[in-house]
Design a protein around this ligand. Structure first.
Ligand SMILES: [Zn+2]
Length: 256
């Protein structure tokens, strides 16, 4: 099964760029279906109120079940003091992970503690500053961190090289391939960290999922390795998350 681990959906309220304004899915859904992508992890667009964005995202996911899988957004600074509550609600909404964008704020202990307690994987955009991974990954070995864009959406080769090193060093660190243009870093990640550490992602709806998927094909991996990158790794991470989150949802219901 092919799983796109990085796509956005819903409206943003900042109006500073396309990805903080609106993530319309209609073209994406058509393109992804034509490319054979069967499941897609969707994240909110950039927002100043992720609690509201998560509610909207849940309504979109409900319209496309089981094809879409939601990850809840949280802002480590603006949501300080209520991160646990927002993520408990995300679990109740059926979400299977959390998205943290370091352009909002770097992950705090509050965010990492909540992700650990709720069993949620953290998809993290480190915006070219992967040193944060050296702090959170060893401190939270039970939390799975997936580093968006191999560390940089804007082709920062130093950041991508550093993330490849971190994939080798930390068992709980993975990376997605969305928007990565410097192809040899993807090859290096596979050769050094193994096919079990890389996840196909498109950064749809702004990037074309078939173009992004073609990069995975161009890695020319043995069939088993390609299927891990194209979806197997994602399914394993999501399955683990759903088992833990199911228990957390019961706990959340009891806690309320
Ligand atoms: Zn993105």
């Amino acid at each position: 099964m092919i799983v796109d681990f990085h796509c956005h959906a819903g409206t943003g309220d900042r109006l500073t760029s396309p990805w903080t304004t609106r993530a319309p899915l209609s073209s994406y859904l058509r393109r992804a279906a034509a490319a054979g992508i069967q499941r897609t992890v969707v994240l909110p667009a950039g927002h100043n109120d992720y609690a509201a964005a998560n509610e909207e995202l849940a309504r979109i996911v409900a319209q496309h079940r089981p094809r879409l899988i939601g990850f809840g957004g949280v802002h480590a600074e603006q949501d300080a003091g209520r991160v646990q509550e927002i993520l408990l609600r995300a679990v109740e909404l059926g979400f299977r992970g959390v998205k943290v964008h370091c352009a909002d704020a770097r992950p705090t202990r509050e965010v990492c503690d909540a992700a650990r307690d709720l069993g949620l994987p953290v998809l993290m955009d480190v915006t070219g500053k992967p040193s944060v991974i050296d702090l959170v990954a060893p401190e939270y070995p039970m939390v799975i961190f997936i580093i968006a864009h191999l560390g940089s959406f804007v082709d920062d080769w130093r950041a991508q090289q550093q993330v490849v090193d971190q994939l080798v060093r930390y068992a709980n660190v993975y990376a997605d391939t969305s928007g990565v243009r410097r192809f040899d870093y993807l090859l290096q990640a596979i050769r050094r960290a193994g096919a079990g550490k890389l996840l196909f992602g498109s950064d749809g709806p702004w990037l074309h999922p078939a173009v992004e998927l073609h990069k995975i094909r161009m890695l020319k991996l043995p069939i088993e390795a390609e299927s891990l990158v194209a979806g197997g790794n994602a399914l394993r991470i999501l399955k683990k998350a759903s088992l833990v989150s199911e228990k957390s949802a019961h706990r959340a219901a009891a806690w309320r």
